[in-house]
Write a protein that binds this ligand. Structure first.
Ligand code: ATP
Ligand code: MG
Length: 549
């Protein structure tokens, strides 16, 4: 779980903290991961969790999980549970109890009153649309609201009545009194509180006014004693407001915010909003669909926690926006699986082979290593029999350029087994191949094929028809046809319609009994993960993690 990557510890945030410790600005470091519970976590969040967690642990400080639950309308207990589950699975145990921004609603309310008393906040009666039009643009300065100059007393009374539920939703809000002409739009009297007659999963019906993200976030950080508040680049402007609020209320701790770039990955999406859209449009089956870059999707696909952590430690942390190659992410799981996944043969698209010169009652026992270079992983026994399956893609009636598989009239070597020759193709009335009649060459068991031997072009995998377990193989392709999606509004037009292919094939019957593993390398096909959670006796699912074809 800990990170041995020295390059990571040289990132600019570590340098800042190192300096702060050296200058005795702090002697205890405290960080947090503050997800909004409006969806499941994705791979981008892992980057943020890795950074916050590792900094805290490296400096022997605290790492908190704070559920940023200021907006009751989009939040859901289901999401909170999934967030906790994902963090634990990743190996990032937070310190103390899970924190909730809503724990601080009472104190935040008091700070709002403090701002009103300092004439730094007012109750506005403009509606959302009006607030927007008064705000101006990057080129046009904003206009003061006609309600901006109420007396402190009147503001206190209105705010109190807002809290008591005396005004309808949208009719009033509490705004900071800053500067409607500020170059930074966020500073043009941002909203601090809005009315929402909505029950909250933590505070129930206690509140009908809720603080905004900007008002709540900095105060939550300060209350928890966060020293370095780390977030992504889009919050750069919010930092000015973050500091303004903390400077104008009587709170001691004043965390500093630092921004880093978001993780983006080729062909993928790291945005809860878009993932929600894909689910709603039934393009994916849910938050844990293996085509998504959610933590639960990656886990279900067969990614390990360590491969994801290592990936995040290797990409580092900077302020530059860039898109990481998908193959780079894949290289981390590949490296792990190469070591731990037992090798075996499985057939995704079965094609029956009948060996004419092999007796029906006979079977030949073969001892196969579970790993080519790790003898400690042991052996398994398989049988060669008269009827076997090979993959449809490994047979051709005609010669094809660079085709080194079974061709009608030609020979091929079966992996760990004999050389066979295809003599006859049996088809149904529609011309579909039913089976191939072959002969085998008894003396070729264990024969090493010679690349220069023109008669035997290659080796293909197979399994005996006598010991098969039917399974479904789920093969995943990129969800989007575009490497980099610039225009999020067109996102649905980039969806790859062939992102999921399902095959009805076979594994060795004893595979799941003999191996406690869920990860396998099916020779020549790729790495696969037994999707235990979604399988049952009647339906066994294997998800492809990486292809070898
Ligand atoms: P999304 O756009 O997916 O909804 P968000 O930023 O709204 O993401 P939050 O739940 O608010 O999601 O994020 C929690 C933390 O994770 C924040 O500090 C945020 O900056 C960080 N984070 C979110 N997405 C990424 C990403 N792609 N890369 C790195 N950090 C991220
Ligand atoms: Mg968000």
């Amino acid at each position: 779980m800990y990170n041995n990557n020295n390059f990571y510890k040289k990132n600019f945030i570590f340098k800042i903290i190192q300096n702060d410790l050296k200058n005795k600005k702090y002697n205890f470091i405290c960080t947090r991961f503050p997800p909004e519970p409006n969806g499941y976590l994705h791979i981008g969040h892992i980057k943020s969790i890795c950074l916050n967690f590792f900094i805290a642990k490296f400096y022997k400080g605290n790492f908190f999980l704070r559920i940023d639950d200021t907006n009751p309308t989009t939040e859901n207990i289901k999401y909170i549970n999934s967030i906790k589950k994902d963090l634990i699975w990743l190996g990032f145990q937070w310190d103390e109890k899970v924190k909730y921004s809503s724990n601080y609603f009472d104190i935040i309310y008091e700070y709002a009153i403090e701002l009103i008393n300092k004439n730094l906040a007012y109750v506005d009666e403009l509606n959302t649309q009006e607030i927007k039009s008064y705000r101006g643009t990057l080129l046009l300065p904003g206009k003061n609201s006609p309600y901006r100059d109420r007396s402190i007393k009147e503001n206190l009374k209105l705010f109190h009545n807002m809290r008591l539920g005396k005004f309808p939703e949208g009719s009033m809000s509490l705004r900071a009194k800053i500067d409607m002409k500020s170059k930074i739009i966020i500073m043009r009297d941002p909203v601090l509180y809005r009315i929402k007659f909505q029950k909250h999963h933590q505070t129930g019906g206690k509140w009908c006014i809720y603080p905004t993200y900007d008002f709540c976030h900095c105060i939550s950080d300060a209350i928890e004693g966060i020293t370095h508040s780390l977030c992504t680049l889009e919050f750069q402007d919010n930092k000015i407001l973050y500091n303004w609020i903390l400077n104008n209320i009587s709170i001691k701790n004043h965390p500093k915010q630092y921004e880093f770039s978001k993780l983006q990955i080729e062909y993928g999406i790291t945005s809860k909003r878009i993932i929600r859209l894909l689910i709603k449009k039934k393009i994916v089956k849910g938050w844990d669909d293996p085509r998504l870059l959610t933590i639960s999707g990656l886990r279900r696909k067969g990614y390990t926690a360590s491969s994801l952590r290592n990936f995040c430690y290797h990409i580092g942390v900077t302020k530059q926006n860039n898109i990481i190659q998908l193959s780079y992410l894949e290289s981390f799981i590949k490296k792990e699986l190469n070591k731990i996944a037992p090798r075996t043969m499985a057939i995704l698209r079965p094609l029956k082979i009948i060996i004419d010169n092999f007796p029906i009652t006979k079977k030949i026992k073969l001892k196969i290593p579970n790993h080519p270079s790790n003898k400690n992983m042991g052996y398994k026994i398989i049988y060669f029999t008269k009827e076997i399956y090979i993959d449809v893609l490994d047979f051709s009636e005609k010669e094809k350029k660079n085709y080194t598989r079974l061709i009608l009239g030609k020979k091929i070597k079966l992996r760990y087994s004999f050389v066979i020759k295809a003599n006859k193709v049996i088809k149904d009335n529609n011309g579909n191949i039913i089976c191939i009649h072959c002969i085998y060459y008894q003396k070729t068991l264990g024969l090493k094929i010679n690349k220069k031997d023109p008669k035997i072009k290659g080796i293909i995998h197979w399994i005996s028809c006598s010991s098969t377990q039917p399974v479904l193989f789920y093969l995943y392709n990129n969800l989007f046809r575009k490497k980099k999606i610039n225009n999020i509004n067109n996102i649905l037009s980039y969806v790859n319609k062939k992102s999921l292919l399902i095959y009805n094939g076979f594994i060795e019957k004893k595979l799941l009994q003999d191996q406690k593993q869920q990860h396998f390398q099916f020779e020549r096909e790729g790495y696969f993960y037994f999707d235990k959670k979604n399988s049952n006796k009647k339906k066994i699912i294997f998800n492809q993690i990486l292809s070898m074809r």
